[in-house]
Structure formats: C-alpha cells, structure tokens
Ligand binder design. Structure first.
Ligand SMILES: NC(=O)c1ccc[n+]([C@@H]2O[C@H](COP(=O)([O-])OP(=O)(O)OC[C@H]3O[C@@H](n4cnc5c(N)ncnc54)[C@H](OP(=O)(O)O)[C@@H]3O)[C@@H](O)[C@H]2O)c1
Length: 307
C-alpha cells in the first residue's frame, strides 16, 4: 500500500521516536528526521537544527505533509536544577518556535503538526479527579512546561495548519523507556511500591501511542489536545504487583518512602510519588481501539516471561 505521505519527526532519535519511525515506515509513510546531530548509521534521512543558535535546514520541509514534534530534554533524566529546568523548557518551546518561524517564511505543503505533550499538563498530584482535556492546567513545573509547549504548537493555526497535542502518559516499551528502570529492582528481587503506593500511573503501550499518532496523521477531524493513556490506569501498588507477577517475582520489601526518593532524586521524585487518573474518553470517542487497554497483557508483551 503506497500512502505517498511524508512526515518529518523531531526527536526521531529518542526512545519513542525510534519506535515511531519504524512503525510509520512499516505503514508505508516516508520518514525523515530533524536532529541536533547526524548519525552515520541512521536509516532515515536526517536534517539538522540547533534551536539555541536559531539554525534549521529548510530543506527538511520539502514535500513534508506532517511534522511530528517529539524533541525535548528528558524530564526525568537529571535533577531539576535551574539550568536543567531551562533546558527542559527551551528544548520544547524554542524548538517549536524555530519550526514556526521557518514554516512562516518558507513555501511548503505541511498540513499539520502533531506534538508530544504529557499528562503532567494537569499537574503532578494524587487526587480523586479524573482529568479531561478541557480541564485547566496544574501549577507546578511540568504543568507550566506543557502549557507553554502546547501554546507554542497552537500558534501554527495562524499558518492554517492543524494542531494536535498528545498528552502522553508513561510510555511502556521494551527498550529505553521508564519500564526498563521500573523493572530493574524487580529483577534484583528488591522491587517494591513507591511512596504510599496510592498514586496513579497513567500508562500507554508504545504500540497504542504509535497507532494514535498514525490516526492523528490520517484523520483531518482530529484537532486539539488528546490524552494518550490506556483506559486502565492503575495505582503504583497495583502496577508493582502486576510487574512482579509477570516477572515471576515476589514483593517482600516495604514501600519505598517518598522522603527517600526525594533524597535520591530531588524534586523530580514527585513524578514517581504523585499521580491522578486521566480520562481516555476523548480518544475512545474518535473510535480508536486500544490494542493494549489492560496492563497485564501490555506487560506480558513487553517483558521477558517468568523463568
Ligand atoms: N517516554 C515517555 O514516557 C513520555 C511520556 C510523556 C511525554 N513524553 C514526551 O514525548 C517526547 C519523546 O519522548 P522520548 O521518551 O522519546 O524522549 P527521549 O528519548 O529523551 O528523546 C527526545 C529527543 O529529543 C531530542 N533532544 C534531547 N535533548 C534535547 C535538547 N536539549 N534540545 C533539543 N532537542 C533535544 C533528542 O533528539 P536529537 O538528539 O536527535 O536532537 C532526543 O532523541 C518527549 O518530548 C517527552 O517529553 C514522553
């Protein structure tokens, strides 16, 4: 099947991006990448940009139908010092602004931009609320990053382009994502729930995220924010139990207290110790069918089976 569609992916070298490039190529969509550096072994045509110096190769937009914007410094990767916080924000908002400036000045046929955002938009706190797309943003650091990032993406509407902001939950995948780190203590038989264990983990299997992005490319009616989380969010305790079950391990240690996580990770520990439910109704109402709506089969698909 020849679709003739061409997409440009920023952050196509990252953990989600690598999986997405492969998936879209299998769907006969031509993929190229916008990156800060060229990798000699890359399968995909790579163009360069440098948002700090406002540099971008305008050839990147030639014949492109959609931009998928995934670039951004890892939110959980390092301690949230002031300079790291600036890097996390700039690598999302300034890159978006650079894309906007380049497209507003050049002749192109780009019809839309589909951008990553995160469930952190609603704020990182444990509550009974089930957050929907029309809800107000939270007022912590990650919420402010997501708000500024989505606002920068929405500006593309001025250029007559369709904008889609995907508020993504924790992406479960085999390599490179959070699951590898979450599973590690369980392999060592020291896995345990974190904090009080009641915080909710909104998660999504990488296959579903890829399929939602494909749907967003192919459906002109998809516009605005969409929560991208499976309809079965679970508490941290429940996640730990299911993870242990799939790996054939036992949980024998007490929960890891929040203060200990704060000591090790600093402020970003909040990403592990707090979390609320996020509704998947809006994406379900587009007739999207999750391949992995439940956690246990998702984990069984991604992790090696028990010894
Ligand atoms: N993974 C998740 O669970 C999850 C959950 C919610 C939201 N998201 C969002 O989805 C997007 C993709 O996630 P991911 O896990 O694939 O991220 P990732 O593995 O950290 O990759 C992000 C890519 O962004 C580019 N990048 C990194 N630092 C940068 C900087 N300082 N300035 C400009 N570009 C930079 C890099 O591409 P180059 O080196 O090629 O430039 C990198 O490959 C991110 O924006 C993330 O916030 C992810």
């Amino acid at each position: 099947m020849e679709t003739g569609l061409k997409v440009l992916i920023t952050g196509g070298t990252g953990s989600v991006g690598r999986e997405l490039c492969k998936f879209l190529t299998e769907q006969h969509i031509e993929v190229s990448i916008l990156s800060r550096s060229k990798r000699s072994n890359s399968t995909y045509k790579t163009y360069l940009w440098d948002h700090e110096n406002f540099l971008i190769d305008n050839n990147a937009f030639e014949n492109i139908d959609y931009i998928i914007h995934l670039a951004g410094a890892g939110i959980a990767d390092k301690r949230w010092t002031e300079s790291r916080k600036k890097e996390i924000l700039d690598s999302r908002v300034k890159t978006t602004a650079l894309l906007y400036k380049a497209l507003s000045k050049s002749k192109h046929k780009v019809k839309g931009i589909i951008s990553a955002s995160a469930v952190g938009f609603y704020g990182q706190k444990t509550s009974e609320t089930i957050f929907k797309e029309e809800d107000q943003p939270g007022n912590d650091f990650v919420a402010s990053v997501c708000t500024a990032w989505e606002a920068a993406v929405n500006k593309f509407q001025d250029l007559g382009m369709r904008t889609v902001n995907l508020r993504i939950g924790i992406v479960l995948m085999k390599k490179g994502g959070a699951l590898e780190k979450m599973a590690q203590p369980f392999y060592w038989n020291v896995g345990a729930p974190l904090g009080n264990g009641k915080q909710i983990i909104p998660w999504i299997h990488i296959t579903d995220l890829n399929r939602i992005i494909l749907q967003a490319i192919q459906s002109p009616q998809m516009e605005g924010p969409y929560n991208c989380c499976a309809p079965d969010p679970v508490s941290n305790s429940e996640f730990s139990i299911q993870l242990a079950e799939v790996l054939g391990k036992h949980i024998w240690l007490p929960k890891v207290p929040s203060w200990a996580l704060r000591l090790i990770l600093g402020n970003r520990a909040v990403l592990l110790t707090e979390g609320s439910r996020v509704s998947s109704d809006k994406i379900l109402n587009t007739n999207y069918e999750f391949k992995y709506p439940k956690l246990l089969p998702a984990l069984r698909d991604l992790l090696p089976s028990k010894p």
